[in-house]
Design a protein around this ligand. Structure first.
Ligand code: PMP
Length: 462
């Protein structure tokens, strides 16, 4: 895409080196290496300051740019909206805000109310606050505990880290907020590390471990269960057969609200509008962010059903009987304006269907790669959201050393293909390669991603 014209960006690189505190990064390497600046993007590809082309297999590093780069239609809708009315917050509404909410809940049978804010973490915090408020309003403050799962991630704030199942991300940021309780993960490939896990019906057993925690804590103290539909950063964990149905049953049994964190899976990533829709269940809260507007504007949503909403409006004589919360940038109109177009693109271009088709193809290709390379112990995925877990030994399933996993990622980058590696609970054991190309991916794109991975595996492991 870049025309190779001599567009000298050395000043930008120096400004970045001198003043940017990059996310997720140790900065020592920048003393000898240049930071990479992404200058331009079109479709599945981006170009850096040197004009090098990269095939982006992770949708903007963190599963975000679902409809791909350079969508003029979204940019234009945002421009038009900003010129008309860019912002108003508090209790006032906006045209795109109302219209996107209407479109969104159409895709989510059983859900009805949309609360706008601007990041996945913030949306999750809002849900946690609602759970706490319901506990105060209805249960004398008692039913306030929030359960979260080992290996899941819900955001970067202290509240979200308190519900964070990845110890490596939490280390050094405590103390955390009280009232968050961990339940075990549901990764069948690592079931052998869990005491008492059966060879059969693992899904039911993994869900029953949640019930065990509820009973130990006292069901009268547990207000909500917060889970990712398919765990993202914790290693692309697709829940086993029977798991989700049992989870819903358990929540109903103990009057526990089910909060599904769709920040990654939401808006098409797994081939359905939302990840939970693969499992025939209905949640009470859904949070979403990344793919809602594919990164064209910052927007996040907390969506609830009417049952939750009604709890906040039934007694208008109580001055505290409403959700005492605001998000300043929840009043930006660029987000919903972009989100309307983003959703229309997914519908008009048949991107859910493409995601399912290309996701199945990619899973087959990764499986074939595993057949050729001992170091791939397990492949898993749903739609265009896939992982390949690397092991040092297929028999013991000892995780591959993280440095080697990173070497694979780095080798792919050198070949012009950007892939990722995910986290797990155990520091230094991040061993799953991660793929989440835009929902427009073609067979040729996937072949290029697989070929780059195979080349990297060959070089790193010989
Ligand atoms: N939930 C999940 C499942 C996530 O993966 C993330 C971010 N990676 C978040 C929440 C937090 O979102 P944000 O970075 O927008 O705050």
């Amino acid at each position: 895409m870049m025309d190779g014209s001599p567009n000298d960006l050395s000043h930008v690189v120096e400004a970045d080196r001198a003043h940017i505190w990059h996310h997720l990064m140790q900065h020592k390497p920048f003393e000898t290496n240049d930071p990479r600046i992404i200058v331009e993007g079109k479709g599945m590809r981006v170009w850096d300051q040197g004009g090098k082309e990269h095939l982006d297999a992770v949708s903007g590093a963190v599963w975000t740019v679902n409809v791909g780069y350079g969508r003029e239609r979204i940019a234009k809708a945002v421009y038009d909206q900003l010129m008309k009315m860019n912002y108003f917050a508090g209790s006032m509404g906006s045209i795109p805000g109302a219209l996107f909410a209407e479109k969104l809940v159409e895709k989510m049978p059983g859900m009805s109310r949309v609360y706008y804010c601007n990041s996945g973490s913030e949306a999750n915090e809002k849900a946690f606050k609602m759970v706490r408020q319901i506990a105060h309003k209805r249960f004398g403050g008692k039913k306030h505990k929030i359960l979260y799962r080992d290996r899941d991630y819900h955001g970067t704030t202290i509240g979200c880290l308190s519900a964070g199942g990845q110890d490596e991300r939490n280390a050094q940021y405590g103390p955390f907020a009280p009232g968050f309780v961990r339940v075990p993960h549901c990764l069948e490939y690592r079931a052998f590390e869990q005491e008492g896990a059966p060879e059969e019906n693992y899904g039911e057993w993994a869900a029953s471990q949640i019930e065990k925690v509820i009973l130990a804590e006292g069901p009268e103290t547990v207000g909500a269960l917060c889970l990712e539909p398919v765990t993202a950063g914790g290693g692309v964990i697709v829940p086993p057969e029977g798991y989700w149905q049992k989870v819903r049953e358990i929540c109903d049994k103990y009057e526990i609200l089910l909060h599904i964190d769709e920040v990654v899976c939401g808006v098409g990533r797994t081939g359905t509008w939302f990840g939970y829709q693969h499992y025939g269940i209905e949640p009470d809260f859904v949070t979403m962010a990344k793919g809602v507007a594919s990164g064209y504007a910052a927007i996040a949503c907390l969506v609830t059903n009417e049952k939750v909403f009604e709890l906040f409006k039934d007694d208008d004589t109580d001055p505290l009987n409403y959700f005492r919360d605001i998000s300043t940038f929840g009043g930006c109109t660029a987000g919903p304006a972009a989100a309307i177009e983003n959703m229309a693109i997914i519908e008009e271009e048949g991107l859910l269907e493409n995601t399912t088709k290309m996701g199945d193809y990619m899973l087959d290709q990764l499986q074939a790669l595993a057949d050729r390379h001992e170091v791939i112990g397990n492949v898993r995925g749903k739609g265009l959201f896939l992982g390949a877990e690397l092991v040092a030994d297929r028999g013991t399933r000892e995780p591959m050393a993280e440095a080697k996993v990173q070497a694979v990622v780095k080798d792919c980058m050198a070949q012009g293909v950007i892939i990722g590696a995910t986290n797990r609970s155990v520091p230094g054991k991040n061993n799953t390669l991660c793929y989440s190309p835009a929902l427009i991916a073609t067979k040729d794109d996937i072949d290029q991603i697989i070929a780059a991975t195979e080349g990297a595996l060959g070089r790193v492991f010989g």
